[in-house]
Design a protein around this ligand. Structure first.
Ligand code: AMP
Length: 320
């Protein structure tokens, strides 16, 4: 059950208190792809310049990824630079050089239009809408309709709020960082903020809480919390949110491949896979830790998280 993703593929230059990496593989679609392709096939829609390193292309070719939707245009690949403070939570963006990304218009190949899951990774909401325009005509029945999920960032809430709202009206699942929910809904309460987002149409909201884990809120009032995997060393948190989305939607794609409708339990387990992939992404620069991960590595972390969070359903003080 392939997953279609649109987003950025970048060359990142990142400095943390524990080292730095220059012109290294990054971008929202890239981190997503590196994680999701460990679960299922990914159809990648993005753009790079003709300076994009052959070694990085070869890595992509080695993944479970279809690259027909990757445009290679004359010019420079999107570049982004950032520096982290000692707490590894506050990040300063040093530069954003759009290069070929400035004139990017996603073109969804015909074969991608029936992808079971669509992930609109964090890029300009107008580009996310262009993908939906190209894919929405493809499904003729409800069963064929893809699961559409969206990620975003503070920049678009500030600068293109109306376009972001237009995309929110057309997706089922929303992934947002905690502070973005507060910013978008203009309220300190996450539950109140979630209700505002559900009023636009989405059925599920995943709230990413960085090193604390993630919450899953449903329009039906359901609520679930999954703590993060307790890492000893965080080397570079860049792309953790996108790798999280890759684990979350990758796990859902694997469940959907079994040919039955997704249940709330599937979404809960998928949230744990999101945390697992986010944790792996933080352990090294770029997608380095995600490269070469095996199903056994993922299962081991999954079992640990089950163990760390399990508690009995009753307690001695309970009255009957
Ligand atoms: P995150 O750590 O989840 O915020 O994701 C970081 C990734 O987002 C980096 O690999 C950047 O290349 C990419 N990125 C940063 N700014 C933008 C932007 N304005 N549009 C698209 N991708 C971006």
């Amino acid at each position: 059950m392939p997953i279609l993703v649109v987003g950025s593929v970048a060359l990142d230059s990142v400095a943390t208190p524990f080292g730095h990496a220059d012109d290294t593989l990054g971008g929202t679609a890239m981190f997503f792809t590196a994680a999701a392709s460990l679960y299922d096939r990914v159809n990648l829609v993005a753009i790079v310049g003709d300076d994009f390193p052959e070694a990085d292309l070869n890595y992509l070719r080695s993944c479970n990824v279809d690259l027909d939707g990757l445009q290679v245009s004359p010019g420079k690949t999107f570049r982004w630079g950032a520096r982290y403070a000692l707490d590894m939570n506050s990040r300063q963006t040093l530069f954003t050089e759009l290069g070929v990304f400035a004139d990017f218009h996603p073109v969804v190949p015909e074969a991608y239009r029936h992808s079971a899951i669509i992930f609109l990774a964090n890029i300009q909401p107008q580009l996310q809408l262009e993908v939906l325009e190209q894919t929405s005509a493809a499904a003729s029945t409800d069963e064929e309709a893809p699961l559409v999920a969206l990620d975003t960032m503070n920049l678009w809430i500030d600068t293109t709020r109306d376009a972001l709202t237009a995309v929110l009206r057309r997706v089922e699942v929303v992934l947002m960082a905690e502070e973005e929910v507060r910013q978008y809904a203009n309220t300190p309460s996450l539950r109140v903020g979630a209700r505002q987002i559900f009023e636009l149409g989405p059925k599920l909201l995943v709230i990413k809480q960085g090193s604390y884990g993630a919450l899953l809120l449903g329009a039906d009032g359901s609520y679930f919390a999954a703590p993060s995997y307790p890492l000893e060393d965080v080397r570079d948190p860049t792309g953790a949110g996108d790798a999280f989305a890759g684990g979350f939607l990758g796990a859902l794609a694997a469940e959907r491949a079994r040919g039955r409708a997704l249940t709330l339990s599937d979404y809960r387990r998928a949230l744990v896979h999101g945390n697992i992939m986010g944790s792996f992404a933080c352990e090294d620069f770029s997608v380095n830790r995600l490269r070469g991960l095996t199903p056994a590595d993922i299962s081991a972390r999954y079992r640990e998280l089950v163990d760390y969070t399990h508690f009995e359903g009753s307690w001695r003080g309970e009255t009957h």
